[in-house]
Ligand binder design. Structure first.
Ligand code: AMP
Length: 229
């Protein structure tokens, strides 16, 4: 719990969320993005959107995405630069960086703009829990909001509670794909946790709690004023 008297401004937030597939990064990023001036940037969601629209970038990533492998550091940095390039205000990076090389590229890019990250949060969830979450996860094909079967929705045939759109399962939410993605997380992304710890930026949060409880913890860690309902 922060002891400072004056909460930080959400618009100054320059946050990286690190976590394994289905650790809840997306849900927490969406909650943070309800604060004024905070952009939620999910590189996975941006690339999936390019694929849906059949853009050149989407086509470049399609094969790699379909095999649940990581797209190249250069492509993903291009995505981040184009999304953040004209944004003035706070942001939450969800799913980027995922490798040390990407973290270094981001650092250089921010440095050229006289900026730097303000915090990194690692959401920690045991692998067995993640497997269960992946198998019960559905997403809105229109707004991208994730849901758990048995939570706010009971079937993919229901309309999205957020926007009324169509629900579906992510193509990479199968057990086989999960193991592939988790392997990549362990090999390439876990080293980032130490990288940011050495920089004094890292905070860890137990991701097994309920989303609202995790969110309150994050608000406290970042010294942010609570979001009003
Ligand atoms: P996500 O929605 O974050 O689970 O990402 C879905 C897929 O998008 C990943 O399996 C990768 O193929 C691709 N992707 C998203 N972010 C990155 C990244 N930072 N580096 C490489 N590939 C990424």
């Amino acid at each position: 719990m922060s002891l400072s008297e004056h909460p930080s401004e959400a618009g100054d937030l320059r946050l990286v969320l690190i976590g394994a597939p289905a650790s809840g990064k997306g849900s927490q990023a969406k909650l943070l993005a309800k604060k004024p001036g905070v952009l939620h940037l999910s590189t996975g969601a941006v690339i999936r959107d390019h694929m849906r629209r059949n853009t050149a970038l989407g086509e470049k990533c399609r094969e790699t995405m379909n095999e649940a492998r990581l797209v190249s550091d250069e492509i993903v940095m291009e995505v981040v630069a184009s999304e953040l390039g004209n944004h003035h205000g706070g942001y939450v990076l969800d799913g980027f960086p995922r490798t040390i090389k990407q973290a270094e590229m981001l650092e250089d890019w921010l440095d050229q703009r006289g900026s730097e990250l303000s915090a990194v949060i690692s959401l920690e969830v045991p692998k067995e829990d993640l497997e269960q979450r992946v198998l019960s996860r559905v997403v809105c094909l229109d707004c991208g909001h994730p849901f758990r079967l048995g939570g706010r929705v009971n079937s993919v045939n229901e309309a999205c509670p957020e926007c009324g759109g169509q629900l579906g399962q992510r193509a990479d939410d199968t057990l086989e794909m999960f193991h592939q993605r988790y392997g990549e997380f362990e090999e390439l992304t876990v080293p980032l946790i130490d990288y940011y710890r050495r920089q004094g930026l890292l905070q860890t949060v137990d991701g097994r709690q309920l989303p609202d409880e995790i969110f309150t913890k994050i608000e406290n860690l970042l010294d942010l004023q609570p979001t009003r309902p």
